[in-house]
Design a binder for this molecule. Structure first.
Ligand code: SAM
Length: 236
């Protein structure tokens, strides 16, 4: 297993994995259908009961109800823990975790995007695939052991499964690399995965590395999304 310090961006035909700058005809079609699906997404979003509930209860994202359901089932967050939240923006999970770990605990959050500050949460803005972001994170972790690593990271979707799926698996692998190095033996790793190519191999890796791997598809996770959360405990 490559250490996070040594990692590099994946290569495509010998070139670093980059975004497509010029749209090929097939990309244009994809872009058109994506704009339809963006409209549908916006419509659904405004009517979504979890969006309304998050607004009512003052949470920043509907995603908080996914973590809340996992918490209800698996009791992964406890007072005084050191929690790392990868892919934290806009901050629903960090906000929720912070309320449980309390003053004796710590939540470190990281995302590409900025977030409105959350009292008690330390935040790093940066790309988790980049070495300099990892270096900043390692400074904050300072060789302490993490009780819980949450990864809700999802790449910006291009709509092309052949591009999105390897990117999402790559993010999960990087989160796992870090977890393997810093998690306490009784710590928990929760990672968002999309079912598709590479999913089964990644699950095998998790099963080899943890004593227990459970799967959760919280009610707040949209039924048509292939996303699922693996809740892993008992690092071997
Ligand atoms: N759990 C969050 C919440 O409760 O508000 C929602 C997370 S959102 C589904 C996924 C996040 O992953 C996005 O904010 C995105 O910017 C972040 N992300 C995707 N790729 C990333 C990367 N390479 N490094 C850091 N964050 C990344």
């Amino acid at each position: 297993m490559q250490s996070p310090k040594a990692r590099m961006l994946p290569q495509q035909n010998g070139e670093p994995f980059t975004y497509c700058m010029k749209l090929a005809p097939s990309c244009k079609l994809q872009a058109m259908s994506r704009s339809k699906s963006s409209k549908r997404w916006l419509q659904e979003h405004h009517q979504d009961s979890y969006v309304l509930k998050a607004r009512e209860q003052g949470y920043r994202s509907r995603a908080v109800y996914k973590l809340a359901e996992i918490q209800q089932k698996d009791r992964i967050i406890k007072p005084a823990q050191l929690v790392l939240d990868l892919g934290a923006a806009p901050g629903g999970w960090s906000e929720y975790a912070e309320q449980i770990v309390g003053d004796q605990g710590r939540v470190i959050a990281l995302d590409l995007l900025s977030i409105e500050p959350i009292a008690g949460v330390e935040f790093i803005q940066g790309d988790f695939t980049e070495q300099q972001t990892l270096d900043q994170l390692l400074i904050l972790i300072d060789d302490r052991r993490l009780d819980l690593v949450l990864s809700d990271m999802a790449p910006n979707l291009s709509g092309m499964g052949s591009v999105d799926q390897p990117r999402s698996i790559y993010l999960a692998e990087l989160a796992f690399d870090l977890t393997r190095q810093f998690l306490t033996t009784d710590g928990v790793f929760v990672v968002k995965l999309f079912q598709g190519e590479g999913f089964e191999d990644f699950i095998s890796l998790l099963r080899q590395s943890f004593k227990a791997v459970r799967f959760r598809k919280p009610d707040a996770s949209r039924a048509r999304s292939s996303e699922i959360y693996a809740v892993c405990s008992g690092l071997k």
